[in-house]
Design a protein around this ligand. Structure first.
Ligand code: IFM
Length: 441
């Protein structure tokens, strides 16, 4: 293919993404209540290096400066999340107006710069008060989440058109409740399944709340998806891979698009299967305006089960294999398996060991990573998959959850002690992609 094959359609949305707890800091300011991530990060031994999100990128105070950088780079859309405990310090009940005012200022600043806000309601920072109430295992949270969505949409919905209910329910359920790597840090298979289910119901109740207030809003959910591929064509490897796909990605895709859980995966859960109420699948499978796909890597199966290092493959600082072609294969499979709405790639990017040299960061591997994924995406669009936009994860280096600040995903380098921002080479490169609407090297 020549480079003109990688010209993107007019109106393709070029964006960058962040999340509240990872960048905002100001963890106790202006009436914000604690979230489960405040609690988790302040629990000894949970986060690398003892890092916390107390200050992070101090974006709470520096957002104007950060948005000028976004504008300078020509980024058209900015995906960010609201902190639920900034708006409801107790998770429900009394609204903290100062918290809402902050997001009001954020949205206005973006619109002044002609940058489209894409707002996520839940990117993992559950109010601690609701965790004390049982967390996502308590079904009442599906109602409280809808109430929170309604308050946010009443205030911002005149200006924000694109809403995401929940970011990566698989991560919330599994890493928070099965492996315990993430907040709230439990290890319980039954709890995991119920949390996952309640999150999907909460997605449904929030969709209803948003639509009842702003019928023209674009509402979707964001899933982290990873195709499960095999090293050979061996039938046992293929079967194991298929089973893993059904238990992970399809576990969330099937309820959205087929109103049921994958039967085999459900059987495998046995007594740990979630409690499902009669109307749940109708709520979960409401028509989406878009599906957000976060893609970083694939999973590989070999004769001995999951393969952690594929010979000859490149890996990022997260230990994730670089596998751009797998993104295309996965999207085509999804296109064949489901009646998909338009898709946004809501996150893609890589953590690298970035070094500052004379005030520059020459992150050529990140340029190649994003380039190769965009090329794959463009090819996939030609096969008929409706992809509307692409958001780099992340705009800024930030608090990478249990890895703390040790993993850098940003287009912009953060020198945490001084809060100085340094635009990386990848950001300049991405800026050119956006202005030309075309991928090049
Ligand atoms: O930093 C996270 C983000 O919060 C959710 N998706 C994956 C990213 C990289 O791990």
């Amino acid at each position: 293919m020549t480079s003109e094959n990688y010209v993107f359609p007019r109106g393709f949305v070029w964006g960058a993404a962040t999340a509240a707890y990872q960048i905002e800091g100001a963890s106790k300011e202006d009436g914000k209540g604690p979230s489960i991530w405040d609690t988790f990060a302040h629990t000894a031994g949970k986060i690398s290096n003892g890092d916390t999100g107390d200050i992070a990128c101090d974006h709470y105070h520096l957002f104007s400066e950060d948005f000028l950088l976004l504008k300078h780079l020509g980024v058209k859309a900015y995906r960010f999340s609201l902190s639920w405990p900034r708006i409801f310090p107790e998770g429900k009940g009394q609204v903290n107006w100062a918290g809402l005012d902050y997001y009001d200022r954020l949205v206005d600043s973006l619109l002044t710069l002609n940058i489209e806000p894409f707002v996520t309601l839940y990117h993992w920072d559950l109010p601690q008060a609701l965790q004390d109430y049982g967390g996502w295992a308590n079904r009442d949270l599906t109602g409280y989440f809808a109430d929170y969505a309604a308050v946010a949409v009443r205030r911002l919905g005149d200006r924000v058109k694109c809403w995401t209910t929940i970011n990566e329910p698989w991560v919330v359920a599994v890493l928070g409740n099965m492996t315990g790597e993430m907040a709230p840090g439990f290890r319980d298979r039954k709890l995991t399944a119920q949390v996952g289910h309640n999150l999907m119901v909460a997605h449904g109740t929030a969709m209803q709340a948003i639509r009842s207030i702003e019928p023209n809003a674009q509402v979707g959910i964001v899933l982290n998806l990873s195709p499960v591929e095999t090293l050979t064509d061996d039938v046992y490897e293929k079967k194991a891979a298929e089973r893993a796909w059904k238990a992970t990605s399809a576990w969330f895709l099937d309820p959205l698009f087929q109103a049921c859980y994958p039967p085999g995966a459900l059987r495998d859960l046995g007594a740990d299967a979630p409690d499902v109420k009669p109307n749940d699948f109708a709520l979960i499978s409401q028509k989406l305006d878009y599906l957000g796909v976060n893609y970083y890597t694939r999973t590989v199966f070999g004769a001995q089960g999951e393969v952690k290092k594929v010979p000859g493959s490149e890996y990022t600082e997260m230990g994730w294999e670089v596998a751009p072609e797998s993104l295309g294969r996965m999207l085509v499979r999804m296109h064949n398996d489901y009646r998909l709405p338009p898709i946004y790639i809501t996150e893609n990017g890589c953590a690298l060991d970035d070094q500052v040299v004379d005030d520059h960061v020459h992150d050529t591997r990140r340029i190649k990573y994003i380039h190769d994924h965009l090329v794959e995406l463009r090819k996939t669009m030609r096969l008929g998959v409706n992809i509307r936009g692409f958001f780099v994860w992340s705009l800024l280096d930030n608090f990478e959850w249990h890895h703390g600040f040790s993993k850098r995903f940003g287009l912009i380098y953060i020198d945490y002690p001084t809060q100085k921002r340094i635009i990386k080479d990848s950001a300049y490169w991405y800026s050119k992609v956006i202005s030309r609407n075309e991928v090049h090297r």
